[in-house]
Ligand binder design. Structure first.
Ligand SMILES: Cc1cc2nc3c(=O)[nH]c(=O)nc-3n(C[C@H](O)[C@H](O)[C@H](O)COP(=O)(O)OP(=O)(O)OC[C@H]3O[C@@H](n4cnc5c(N)ncnc54)[C@H](O)[C@@H]3O)c2cc1C
Length: 292
């Protein structure tokens, strides 16, 4: 059943300060709406319960991409089309540029925001594996000030996160230090476009003297929320890429992931594909190492 517009109040104060004042005056009463590609789907399906909506669209502070020598800071209301069009993101953070191209259609990408993707908290969110692999940090803002947390600690349960009721997601911070790292991102879905991930894996690693000096693995659709595979990472860190190492990493991943059966796939299929994606990444890494 379609939602009833008469029971929702939508305001667009137009400045960040005015939005934060609203949230501070009635914590938890106002639901932010950025691109609206999740909120309006809920409205159309009659599932939108939030009576008060506050628009973040058109607030410049939230839609800026700032490049510094060591980092890139992406405003939470930056759209996926903004990300795809940004030359430095394509050059320095190619996994994020690739993920941006996966979101729905071009029309979606012109509205859908990075912050909305994260706060919505789908286990299958396309931007999450890349952000986990890049060790992103999330910045929150409220009238009380700003704070930052590692993105790997942002999701706390299915569709839950550590935002306080008076806070907005303000920006996503990404380091610019991955030129020498081996990078990998693959999504397995029903089709190549307009498909929700059955499984996705983002990965980044740095080899030194034949051993893995740094590695991060970010997964989608393998747990109630996007997660870093830290136990699998631990099975690889400091090791050389022998067949035994690859096998024990595979076992660690199979023990760590907690996928479910749903309309898109089965838990068993997701486990097997996730282990195969890990193999694919590690074999790619080994080939790179073999090149003199
Ligand atoms: C046809 C279609 C196809 C899609 N395909 C994909 C896909 O392939 N991959 C994928 O990952 N997603 C997909 N989506 C989902 C959606 O487009 C994304 O999750 C998008 O990034 C959401 O961003 P938004 O700005 O539209 O969020 P909104 O709908 O505006 O908000 C989503 C949630 O985030 C909250 N929120 C938004 N911004 C902030 C903020 N700055 N601070 C605090 N809370 C905030 C809102 O309150 C709401 O709870 C699709 C959606 C549609 C309709």
């Amino acid at each position: 059943m379609r939602g009833n517009a008469a029971i929702h109040d939508l305001v667009a104060p137009g400045t960040l300060g005015a939005v934060l004042d609203l949230l501070a005056a009635e914590p938890g009463a106002w639901t932010p709406i950025a691109g609206g590609t999740e909120v309006m789907v809920a409205f159309a399906a009659g599932r939108l319960t939030a009576p008060k909506l506050v628009s973040l669209w058109g607030i410049p502070d939230l839609r800026a991409i700032e490049v510094a020598p060591q980092s890139v800071v992406i405003g939470a209301a930056t759209t996926f089309l903004d990300l795809r069009r940004h030359a430095l993101i394509a050059a320095d953070l190619p996994l994020l540029a690739k993920a941006a191209g996966w979101i729905g259609s071009i029309a979606n990408q012109g509205r859908a925001t990075l912050g909305g993707n994260l706060v919505n908290g789908s286990p299958a969110a396309d931007s999450s594996p890349a952000l986990l692999a890049y060790d992103a940090e999330i910045e929150f803002i409220s009238v009380r000030g700003r704070r930052r947390v590692p993105y790997s600690e942002f999701h706390t349960a299915y569709k839950r996160n550590c935002l306080a009721p008076d806070e907005l997601l303000y920006a996503i911070h990404l380091p610019r230090r991955f030129a020498r790292h081996n990078q990998y991102l693959r999504k397995v879905g029903t089709r190549r476009a307009m498909a929700i991930a059955k499984v996705a894996l983002g990965a980044i690693a740095l080899l030194e003297n034949g051993r893995i000096r740094e590695i991060r693995l970010g997964a989608a659709s393998l747990a109630p929320y996007p997660m870093r595979l830290m136990q699998t990472e631990a099975a690889l860190l400091g090791r050389s890429l022998t067949d035994d190492t690859i096998q024990s990493a595979r076992r660690a991943l199979l023990a760590e992931v907690k996928p479910i059966d749903d309309i898109r796939s089965t838990a068993d299929y997701r486990r097997r594909v996730a282990a195969n994606l890990l193999d694919e990444f590690l074999l790619q890494l080994r080939r790179v190492e073999a090149v003199p």
